[in-house]
Design a protein around this ligand. Sequence first.
Ligand code: HEM
Length: 404
Amino acid sequence: AAGAAGLALGGASGALAHSAFAGSGSGSATGAAGSLSSLGATQVAFHGDHQAGITTPLQAKGHVVAFDLAAGAGRTEAAALLRRWSDTARRLMAGETAPTADSGIALDAGPSSLTVTFGFGHSFFERTGLGARRPTALDPLPDFSSDRLDAQRSNGDLWVQIGANDGLVAFHALRALQKDAGDAARVRWQMNGFNRSPGATGTPMTARNLMGQVDGTGNPKPSEPDFDQRIFVPAAGPGPAEHAWMGGGSYAVVRRIRMLLDDWDKQSLAQQEQVIGRTKATGAPLTGGGETTEMALDKIGADGKPVIPSNAHARISAPEQNGGAAMLRRPFSFHDGIGSDGAPDAGLLFICWQADPLRGFVPVQRKLDRGDALSAFIRHESSGLYAVPPGPRSGEYVGQRLLE
Ligand code: HEM
C-alpha cells in the first residue's frame, strides 16, 4: 500500500502470496505461520526480466551499501561473490534463512517485501579486467557547480540496495550480505533510510519527504507505453554486442542530498509552495486541480508572473522542459542525528532509475544546478552511478551474463 502512486507495480504483479514460510523459526506472536499479517507475508519475486527494488513499491526501511573489491580480488572472486549474494538474496526474499550461519535477526518474520538489488560501479570493470565490456552509459557523471561531494561516501566497485517493510528484516539481509563478502570485498560506505510504513495512512498515497512535500507525483508510470523504454535498457541492445549483458538492466544514480531543514522551516507555507510549484497539503499544482492534474506551466497570475514560478523545482525538472528526459525516482529519507553544524543531518537518499543517465538524471540536474528555487535548501553530499544488470533467470546469479 505504500509508495508513490506510480510505483504500484510490485504490489500487483511483483508480490506473490507467501505460502512456503520455510526455515525462519517457529511460532510468531500471532500463532501459526499462516497468520502472518499481509505486510509480513508479502514476497517480491527474485527472478524476472528486471531486478526487484526498481518498480517495487517504496518500502519502509532501506540500506544502501557500496563495496570495493579487496586487493587481489578479480573477476573470479567477483563472480563467486555475486553467486553467493544471489543465493542469499533469493532465499531471504522468500522468507527463508541465510544459506550459512543465519544470525536469527529475522526469525519469526515473513519476507516483508524484502528486495535486494545489485549494481556495478565504473571502477568494477578495470578491477575485473572487463574494461571492454563497460557501457559508455557508466561514464562518470559530470561535475555540478553546487556539488559538495565526499569522495569516501561516493562511487564504489559494487552497490547493493536493500529494502523491506520491517527494520529487522532489512538489517538481517544487510548483515548476511556483508558476511557473504568475506575476504573478497569490503564495505566502502553504507547509508540507512526509511519511508512511511504501509498502513500508516488511511488510503494508499504518494509518499512525503522530510520537507513535508508529496514526492513522486511526476514519476513515469509502469502503465505508460514508454515506461520500459525510459527506465530499462532494451533487451536486444542498442549498442555493441559486448554490452548486451545489460539488456533489461537499468542505471541507478544515487545522491545523498542533505536538506537544510532549519532554513526550510523558516519559510512560510506560501514560500515553500512557490519553491516546488505545488501545494504542500495535496501535491496539486499551484495552477489548480488535484495531485495528478497536469501543471499549467503557461498560466499567468494577476501579478503578470507565471503562477508556477519560473524557478520552481517541479517546472524545471519536468520532462517537457528537458527534451523528454525522465527518470523513476525511488528514494529513501535519511536521518543520521545532528550534524557537526548543529543542524539535523537529514535529507533524501535520492535514487533514480533510467535506461541512460544522459537522457535522465544528467540533463535535469544540469538545469537544477543553475539554481532552481530548491537549491538554496539542499546540498548534494555524495554521488554514485551504477549499472544494475537485468533480473536473473531461474538458476542464474545476478550479473552472470557479464561475469561467466
Ligand atoms: C519533482 C522534491 C531533488 C527531479 C519533485 C517534486 C518534489 C520534489 C516535491 C514534486 C512532486 C513530484 O513530481 O514528485 C525534491 C527534493 C529533492 C529533489 C526534496 C532533494 C532533496 C531532485 C533531483 C532531481 C529531481 C536531484 C534530478 C536531477 C525531479 C523530477 C520531478 C521532481 C524529474 C518531476 C517533475 C515532473 O514530472 O513534473 N521533486 N526533489 N529532484 N523532481 Fe525533485
